[in-house]
Design a protein around this ligand. Structure first.
Ligand SMILES: [Zn+2]
Length: 325
């Protein structure tokens, strides 16, 4: 099957942490820095969204009347906040709103449709329990302005974020569709795996920020986080998996997020490539009360190896990976 990639601006330089957990349950992509002048321009967002398949036979989560009511309330809110008129369309369970013309928004929205369908198929039994907005702003300036008007605060990442508090995803879509897929993971995890540990939530989100299809399933590909993780491995700065799994949200996001995101992502990548990721996710979800960190489930999924030995093998595996973006 032809490989499709969803790429974020793939500057392969040391990651800059722009991730915060603020105002309650808010997750952001930990984002790559802007490319340095001597670097090649970031890759444009592939896929051509019009090439993405749409899900069929989907049972809508909410009724047409609920969507109509939601859209009317959103239009009123946008007007009263001075955001102006946005194009809108329903991509269940989301309302996608953007400052592009309706036909351009329809093309961009296909990433939302594709990611939702593929993630539901592969991982999630529950959809978000309320209609969430996906704001797709077409430029850095309109993103900055829109976020400020809609949330009362400026964005802390130039790419995009999910805010549970504000009921939506806020994206600077000119930077590509990868962050959008990453952020779509979060409301699904919120609905499907309440209380998921940070490493699992961000590992899964960041795995799919560069993704495509293999055998009809969504798969993550190597991406820009690899180089930073490989450097951290060489410097001996990567913690044990027990330590990673047991990190509180605060420690995960505020400690050394570059390493934490990278380690989580490439543990998920390893599980994916060994055919264990889906069963791991479902087992961890089922065991969340007795194994809140997911560590015991991870060990069991791996076949109860000596975890120090496993980490050595995983380290060698990660050092053997390549990303040419
Ligand atoms: Zn995230």
């Amino acid at each position: 099957m032809r490989r499709r990639s969803l790429l974020i601006g793939a500057a392969s330089v040391t990651a800059l942490s722009a991730c915060r957990e603020r105002r309650g349950r808010v997750w952001t992509a930990q984002v790559p820095p802007a490319p340095l002048p001597h670097q090649p321009a970031p890759l444009a967002t592939a896929p051509p969204p019009e090439a993405l398949p749409l899900g069929d036979g989907r049972t809508p989560t909410f009724t047409p009347a609920a969507y109509a009511e939601h859209v009317a309330a959103l239009e009123q809110r946008l007007a009263s906040l001075g955001v102006g008129v946005l194009s809108m369309r329903v991509e269940d369970p989301f309302v996608v709103a953007g400052d592009d013309a309706p036909d351009a928004l329809a093309v961009r929205s296909r990433v939302v449709r594709w990611a939702s369908d593929m993630l539901e198929k592969g991982f999630f039994d529950r959809r978000p329990g309320r209609i969430l907005d996906v704001f797709l702003f077409r430029s850095a300036a309109s993103y900055e302005r829109g976020v400020r008007l809609l949330t009362g605060d400026g964005p802390w990442t130039p790419f995009g974020f999910y805010s549970s508090e504000h009921g939506g995803l806020f994206m600077n879509i000119s930077t590509g569709g990868g962050t959008l897929v990453h952020e779509i993971v979060h409301p699904y995890v919120e609905a499907d795996f309440e209380g998921a540990p940070a490493w699992l939530n961000e590992g899964l989100g960041s795995l799919f920020e560069q993704s495509g299809e293999r055998g009809g399933e969504i798969v993550g590909y190597t991406n820009w986080r690899l180089r930073g993780l490989q450097a951290a491995i060489v410097k001996g700065k990567v913690p044990s998996f027990r330590t990673l799994c047991s990190m509180s949200h605060r420690k995960f996001y505020d400690g050394d997020p570059d390493v934490n995101y990278g380690q989580s992502r490439y543990l998920m990548y390893y599980l994916q490539e060994t055919g264990l990721l889906r069963s791991f996710y479902k087992s961890a979800r089922a065991a969340k009360k007795k194994d809140a960190t997911g560590y015991a489930t991870l060990v069991a999924t791996l076949g109860k190896p000596d975890m120090a030995e496993f980490q050595k093998r995983w380290t060698e595996y990660v050092l053997s990976l390549r990303f040419d973006g």
